[in-house]
Design a protein around this ligand. Structure first.
Ligand code: G6P
Length: 614
């Protein structure tokens, strides 16, 4: 989704820093970009371009043609108004008194636009951002109370979510920011100040940051940031040191971030499990703040998430219910938040989110808290909104994930949920110590097993190359395997743009089988031994209607070769952990299909890494 970078200092040219910062946010997804730079007291220069950042770089001669030491930049992911140069940010008032960029959605923008039109403002774009910028200008001129006052008055009138970075004509060298429900950080360097929607944008320059809280504003000057609440009173806050190293946000020799991140999965899950497994094979969840007493007393578990994180929830439901014998519901955050959920004391609501900023997941978390449930975030990004607002947090230690299609964060989330299920089962008396130690020991073997699967990637590349022109692909499985199919299918469609569907194998005969024709690829996931034969029968049914079959099953089921055209064997493990292994060939299949089709693997069209609007 949209990205923001701002920079002010006294010596260095701002534009190249802004462009560099924006390039670090490209992975979030965008369709146009722009920068506004100011040279001392001179007028601000604004340059915008539709399409990739490199067009903006060409237009500005890599930033050199836009002199000045203070500026703001933006990558836009269209919401109000088509992707175009006119709708790209920054947006400005006619007299260039206010220049701003914005992430989020202003919900009452048309009402505010009417109000401004009555007061003589005209509009050149279709965006809600232009309305916000002009509203700031209106309050600034009407009340003459300065930038913070104008921003505060705007924040009171505006409904929706926003991260705003604004420059005022009367305040050269300064950037003003305001935030509600859209992430924003402020960074400090020696005689420098930065603002960004996401850490990678400024990681190259500073690790010392402040998190801007909801309904807070800030004034940035070289080397200094001052924070204010809605009343305009100063707020004191401490800086946080970002621990990521910049290298982990680089491709490190791989052609794409996605492939690099697929290879990082053994480390991601090892780090995540090591953060809570004790050397003697027990689980210690004290870092999450959850007590043993709480774990023993929860009555229900509801898992809420979006996208792949929701698929983790779907997989965990099988594991949790099987091991813990307690009811688990899995909900899409966008549905959950609007359906008046029945929750209260005794309920545990688990919000799974890589970014910790997904708008629907954050709203679901707040809803659950309001209803009196205990909330636990399974979050990858430290200090993100969900991490800060949830009652408890279990951090996945996957490191920064850049490719839009998640891989290592998904796997780390699966492990985190498996660990939770095991500890719940143990503390609630559904699993004895022997079984727990046996499962944690097995869990520790998973990184090597994943490594083994990754090393076999050339076979999958060969297989994927045969289907580069496929129109439709079907994934089938039962139980936990069905949950893995959901993720395999999503990986395929999001980056290779091939239509695919995941189907519970037993449901095939209720409709989907009519779509099977000669040569259609059907991928069956069969890691659950008790369901293996049933899914295999469904595979035979589609084969007799012409399908080309690929099967993923455990070592030992060698007879599968009589039925399927291509197969991948999964190292043997506890069936509750097989999702972690079976997803690897599915990720690789999606990846290699996208590569074979010549597509932009890391930045698929229309998608965003972090969906910060509804
Ligand atoms: C976007 C991403 C997905 C991700 C989903 C939820 O759609 O493209 O990869 O699964 O958001 O994101 P979250 O950050 O909450 O896990």
């Amino acid at each position: 989704m949209c990205g923001i970078v701002g920079f002010t200092n006294r010596k260095i040219q701002a534009a190249p820093v802004l462009l560099e910062g924006l390039s670090r946010l490209e992975y979030r997804g965008y369709d146009s970009a722009g920068i506004a730079v100011r040279d001392q007291d001179k007028d601000t220069v604004v340059v915008r371009a539709k399409g990739r950042l490199k067009i903006l770089e060409e237009k500005t001669n890599s930033g050199l043609s836009v002199p000045g030491t203070c500026g703001i930049g933006h990558t836009r992911w269209a919401t109000h108004g088509e992707p175009s140069e006119t709708n790209a940010h920054p947006h400005v008032t006619e007299d260039m008194n206010v220049v701003g960029v914005h992430n989020g959605i202003i919900e009452n923008f048309s009402e505010l636009k009417d109000k401004l039109e009555k007061n003589g403002y005209t509009f050149y774009s279709q965006t809600d951002t232009e309305v916000a910028v002009k509203l700031v200008d209106y309050y600034y001129k009407k009340y003459q109370g300065g930038p913070i006052d104008a921003l505060a008055k705007t924040m009171v009138r505006v409904r929706g979510s926003y991260a705003l970075a604004i420059m005022f004509k009367d305040y050269p060298g300064e950037i003003y920011v305001a935030r509600k429900d859209s992430p924003m950080i402020v960074g400090l360097g020696e005689d420098e100040a930065y603002v960004a929607s996401d850490v990678p944008a400024i990681l190259k320059y500073t690790r010392t940051v402040y998190y801007v809280e909801n309904l807070e504003m800030a004034r940035l000057e070289p080397g200094k940031a001052t924070f204010y609440d809605l009343n305009g009173d100063e707020v004191k806050k401490d800086t946080v040191q970002i621990e990521w190293d910049a290298e982990s946000a680089e491709k490190g020799g791989f052609e794409h971030f996605m492939m690099k991140e697929i290879h990082e999965q053994p480390v991601a899950i090892r780090d995540t499990m090591n953060s809570v497994l004790t050397p003697d094979g027990h689980i210690d969840l004290s870092s999450t703040g959850l007590t043993e007493e709480q774990i023993r007393n929860f009555k229900n578990v509801t898992i809420v998430a979006c996208g792949s994180a929701w698929h983790v929830g779907m997989a965990s439901q099988y594991v949790f219910e099987d091991l813990v014998r307690m009811p688990v519901r899995v909900e899409l955050a966008s549905e959950f938040r609007y359906r008046n959920p029945i929750l209260g004391e005794g309920d545990l609501v688990i919000i799974i989110s890589q970014s910790g900023e997904t708008a629907d997941s954050l709203a679901a978390l707040r809803e659950a808290k309001d209803l009196g449930a205990t909330t636990l975030g399974i979050v990858n990004v430290v200090g993100s909104s969900i991490a800060r607002e949830a009652d408890h947090v279990f951090y996945t230690l996957a490191g920064p994930e850049i490719a839009v299609a998640t891989t290592k964060a998904y796997s780390a989330q699966l492990i985190a949920m498996d660990i939770l299920a095991m500890e719940f089962a143990y503390l609630r008396g559904k699993m004895d110590e022997k079984k727990l130690l046996c499962m944690t020991a097995e869990m520790r073997t998973l990184p090597d097993k994943i490594q083994q699967l990754i090393e076999d990637k050339e076979r999958i590349q060969w297989f994927a190359s045969k289907f580069a022109n496929a129109q439709d692909v079907f994934f089938i499985g039962r139980g936990l395997d069905y949950a893995i199919c959901l993720e395999g299918s999503l990986k395929m469609k999001e980056i290779s743009y091939i239509h695919s569907e995941a189907y519970a194998a037993g449901e095939l005969k209720h409709g989907t089988i009519s779509l099977i024709e000669d040569g259609i690829l059907v991928i069956g996931v069969m890691t659950q031994n008790d369901l293996y034969e049933k899914t295999l029968s469904n595979m035979v049914e589609v084969k007799s209607r012409g399908a080309y079959l690929a099967g993923i099953t455990n070592y030992g089921h060698y007879e599968i070769e009589d039925t399927v055209n291509f197969n991948v064997y999964i190292p043997k493990t506890d069936p509750h952990f097989s999702a972690t292994l079976a997803v690897i060939p599915l990720q690789l299949t999606g990846y290699y299909l996208a590569v074979a089709r010549g597509l932009d693997v890391d930045k698929p069209r229309n998608l965003a890494k972090s969906v910060t609007v509804e």
